[in-house]
Design a protein around this ligand. Structure first.
Ligand code: TRP
Length: 325
């Protein structure tokens, strides 16, 4: 089974993204052949500062590797280094109806925000179809917001196969198993998210560990003094329990057993030890890898495999469509 994951290098790399999605990818590595790429072309549908984007791309890929994505098990590459993908995307655009593309919920919502949206915003899901179809991905785990796009890819593939003969594997749309939903430490009724103005409840994966510890020690709790899981009445304590259970891969009940007799201060210190310990491992690996030739070697190998696959698919598409000498 070939599993494909695309990561847009925008948005945050927080403890929330680690426990909510990166860790899931790491766990999936033993379930099939993983193809993982940085969807840098997809980032361009809205303006990105070039220097900033360049930095983010390297940071993103390094963080994923530091979190345990294993280049011996996964093919890892940058989308923009595979020049066949936009070519494939164009051929797919000619097999996609304008109405179909303009009915995508994400397009409708984002194009409403202002009048100066790019054409790329409209064709974005077709580029995504190219990402999925060139490598005959069987399974594309995505969040609910991307489900419609994967369904579109499947429809385009089916139509192409009907018109031009068997060319693509039809990808399966599956909503990825959700990881642990981590809440903001200061306002535990909200998701931990970096775009928030108040950063005191957000833990960045690359943040200084003393600051991380300080933030956990100041996390909002409640006026009781019992360590109990109760999302409704004790969202702060429950969030901290979730974080520990997820990192240690233990049940909430077992974490509670470990913390028996602790007051809130001691419990927070226990949580801080667990989080800082894991972040230290990630950060050490990140610093090793970020500027290493190893990273370039991984990307070189990944793009070679990806280009070979894409070229073969592009040639087959052209042949089937009659664009041939
Ligand atoms: N559009 C996805 C997102 O915004 C990223 C993405 C691009 C992707 N191409 C893909 C995801 C192919 C899965 C498969 O998150």
């Amino acid at each position: 089974m070939r599993i494909l994951t695309g990561l847009k290098p925008t948005g945050s790399l927080t403890l929330g993204s680690y426990l909510g999605s990166i860790k899931q990818i790491v766990e999936m590595q033993d379930e099939g052949e993983i193809i993982l790429f940085i969807a840098d072309l997809h980032a361009l549908t809205v303006y990105q500062d070039p220097e900033e984007l360049k930095k983010r791309i390297r940071e993103f890929i390094s963080v994923y590797l530091a979190c345990g994505v294993d280049p011996n098990k996964c093919t890892i590459y940058l989308q923009s280094e595979n020049e066949f993908i936009p070519c494939i995307s164009y051929l797919l655009e000619c097999t996609t109806y304008y109405g179909e593309a303009s009915r995508m919920i994400q397009f409708k919502e984002k194009s409403k925000l202002n009048d100066n949206f790019s054409v790329g915003l409209l064709t974005y899901p077709i580029l995504m179809a190219a990402d999925i179809l060139y490598c005959d991905a069987d399974y594309v785990p995505v969040g609910i917001d991307q489900k419609q796009h994967v369904e579109l890819a499947r429809n385009i593939a089916e139509r192409f196969n009907n018109k031009y003969g068997e060319t693509f594997t039809l990808p399966d749309v599956k909503i990825s198993r959700t990881g642990t939903k981590v809440a903001d430490l200061k306002d535990p009724t909200k998701k931990m998210s970096k775009s928030d103005e108040n950063q005191s409840g957000v833990i960045d994966l690359l943040e200084d560990l003393d600051d991380v510890r300080r933030k956990i020690m100041k996390a909002t709790t409640d006026s009781e003094a019992t360590i109990k899981y109760d999302m409704e009445n004790k969202p702060g304590i429950s969030n901290l329990l979730n974080i520990c259970a997820s990192i240690k891969e233990m049940s909430i009940d077992d974490i509670i057993l470990e913390c028996e007799g602790m007051n809130y201060g001691e419990f927070k210190s226990y949580v801080a030890d667990i989080v800082c310990d894991r972040l230290k491992t990630i950060q050490n690996r990140y610093n090793e890898i970020k500027n290493s030739p190893e990273l370039d070697k991984i990307l070189d190998e990944g793009i070679k495999k990806s280009r070979d696959l894409a070229k073969a698919k592009y040639d087959l598409m052209k042949k089937n469509m009659g664009i041939i000498r």
